[in-house]
Write a protein that binds this ligand. Structure first.
Ligand code: PMP
Length: 278
């Protein structure tokens, strides 16, 4: 199989998988999700993803009663049905299926949707171009909600301009990117926005900070401005699917390339940690 989907107990190729029109994910985006890398049919950073998933469920007050053990068994069965040695699995839980009414419907049971497919790891050598956009998202960006319209529009804007990602800012202060975190190297210090309601606490972000500390690289979790981003020695876009991408351009202006040795050292440490942990 090239890909496989799962919905409430039913497995089918993603293109054929059916979900009910009254799943609240369809018309309210009333759900949460996670995405993980799977190498050789084993999950990377499973515990961290599960704990963020539980935090997102708790915030939305979705009573998903399946244990982690039972959930992981289904996730494992899903990835085992796909041949690829390098997969990306997505899963989401919505509040349930019911006639459309805003408040929580009584008696609805959460719906579990999963899909996985072969996705190679991103190339982390080539430097990427980014655009800059105002962050128009809601006030709870730490929650991995399936409501992603501002991110969808930003990703499309980046694509239309031949760029990889859009850097979000609020009043000139960088938050993160449309589906990744942004890390900066300046004078040997690794700096990124703190984990508050303005950013998703990226699992990859956390690993880069941990590895930097281990390597003796000072870490500063203080948000930086756009001005500082333009003046960065290096910028790195981090996420589960991208690992850590180096940058060469921000809004058409050449940036970065001033601390390549430290950038490559951190990328290498991450790849080693990644392969060593699965
Ligand atoms: N920020 C946003 C808005 C995201 O959607 C993601 C995940 N794609 C990330 C950051 C990176 O998180 P992670 O490293 O856990 O994939």
């Amino acid at each position: 199989m090239e890909n496989i989907g799962y919905y409430n107990g039913v497995f089918a190729p993603v293109e054929e998988l059916m979900i009910p029109a009254c799943d609240r994910g369809v018309y309210f985006g009333d759900g949460v999700y996670e995405a993980l890398r799977v190498e050789r049919h084993r999950f990377f950073a499973l515990e961290e993803h599960l704990s963020r998933f539980r935090a997102s469920l708790a915030f939305l007050r979705i009573p998903f009663e399946m244990t982690d053990e039972a959930l992981v068994a289904i996730l494992q069965e899903t990835v085992d049905r796909v041949e690829s040695e390098s997969q990306q699995i997505y899963f989401q839980v919505t509040r349930g299926s019911a006639m459309r009414t805003h408040a929580f419907p009584e008696g609805a049971q959460p719906n579990l949707l999963i899909f996985t497919r072969g996705v190679p790891l991103a190339d982390i050598v080539e430097r990427r171009r980014l655009i800059v956009l105002p962050d128009t998202r809601w006030g709870h960006c730490n929650i991995k909600s399936i409501n992603l319209i501002p991110s969808v529009l930003a990703a499309q804007a980046a694509k239309e301009r031949g760029c990889t990602e859009a850097v979000f800012h609020r009043d000139g202060v960088v938050t993160e990117c449309s589906s990744s975190n942004l890390l900066m190297l300046k004078d040997g210090v690794l700096r990124t926005a703190p984990t508050d309601e303005r950013i998703l606490p990226g699992v990859t972000r956390g690993h880069f900070l941990m590895l930097a500390r281990e390597l003796g690289v000072p870490v500063d979790e203080t948000a930086f401005t756009l001005e500082e981003a333009y003046d960065a020695d290096e910028l790195m876009v981090t996420s589960t699917s991208l690992h850590g991408l180096p940058v060469c351009e921000l809004e058409g202006k050449p940036v970065c390339g001033r601390d390549e040795p430290l950038l490559r050292k951190l990328q290498k440490a991450y790849r080693e940690y990644f392969y060593g942990s699965i």
